[in-house]
Design a binder for this molecule. Structure first.
Ligand SMILES: NC(=O)c1ccc[n+]([C@@H]2O[C@H](COP(=O)([O-])OP(=O)(O)OC[C@H]3O[C@@H](n4cnc5c(N)ncnc54)[C@H](OP(=O)(O)O)[C@@H]3O)[C@@H](O)[C@H]2O)c1
Length: 228
């Protein structure tokens, strides 16, 4: 079984890669950093997904000789600058969109054009895709776009099952950054602080356990694990 995953340097992606290894997957990873725990255990090509013109070349190098991938997890993502819409310049939005959305288009286009058989694609989305709470600006827009991107591919690549999945609150560097923001100005920050969170390892186990469940939903669906 082969797992292709993006963003294994920290947080959920690192835990998903480790869990994939534990479950017997051969893991192929694209990321800027390779953590010590994964070193020597995964096939890895260093790739900064914000450099869109390099993404396809990195991916082709990583999957050289591969004709079928059981599971693709599009995990890499950035929060961008938290703040009000009027405070965050468009150039910051573009960077978030490049990493969270457009790099995934390049990855899926490359895999599909190469004729690689893909069984299941899970894009890590967020409740922010629908909540659009104050402060989440580019991140919310990027995750809403990601959900749409995944639905669009599901209409074309009918032999692949696609889902965009909100993993719930996971205690990672990204969530720590959110929790540093002002609760007074951004009420969702207070709600997040008060809510239960999973450790990345627990969230990764849960996502792997839910993979068969995701297949029961129409391809292209957006699923929030808190509602399953
Ligand atoms: N934590 C939560 O509660 C939560 C909730 C909903 C959704 N999510 C989503 O879960 C995913 C993982 O986030 P996280 O919470 O684990 O945060 P994180 O610890 O900040 O992880 C972000 C991951 O994305 C990768 N990444 C970031 N920029 C990259 C770039 N330019 N090129 C390649 N890889 C890049 C990082 O790897 P490298 O450093 O190696 O590049 C890292 O593994 C994201 O898509 C996030 O939106 C998280």
């Amino acid at each position: 079984m082969k797992l292709l995953i993006t963003g294994v340097g920290s947080g959920l992606g690192k835990a998903l890669a480790l869990e994939g290894l534990r479950r017997g997957y051969e893991v192929y990873a694209l990321s800027r950093h390779l953590p010590e725990e994964l070193s020597g255990k995964v096939r890895f090509v260093r790739c900064d997904l914000s450099y869109l013109e390099r993404v396809s070349t990195c991916l082709l190098k990583l999957i050289d000789g591969v004709s079928e991938i059981d599971l693709v997890i599009l995990n890499a993502g950035i929060l961008g600058k938290f703040g009000d819409m009027v405070e965050v310049p468009l150039k910051d939005f573009l960077k978030v969109m490049d990493v969270n959305v457009w790099s995934n288009k390049i990855i899926l286009d490359t895999l599909l054009k190469e004729g690689i058989r893909l069984k299941q694609v899970v894009a890590i989305s967020s409740g922010a895709a629908v909540n659009c709470n104050r402060g989440w600006n580019a991140y919310s827009i990027s995750k809403a776009s990601l959900n749409c991107l995944i639905k669009l591919y599901s209409r074309e690549a009918e032999s692949t099952h696609f889902t965009a999945v909100a993993p719930g609150l996971v205690f990672t560097p990204m969530l720590e950054e959110v929790m540093k923001q002002s609760e007074e100005k951004y009420p969702s920050v207070g709600r997040i602080k008060a809510s239960p969170k999973r450790r990345p390892e627990e969230a990764a186990r849960m996502i792997f356990d839910l993979l068969p469940r995701f297949l029961e939903f129409e391809s292209g669906s957006f699923l929030d694990v808190r509602k399953l």
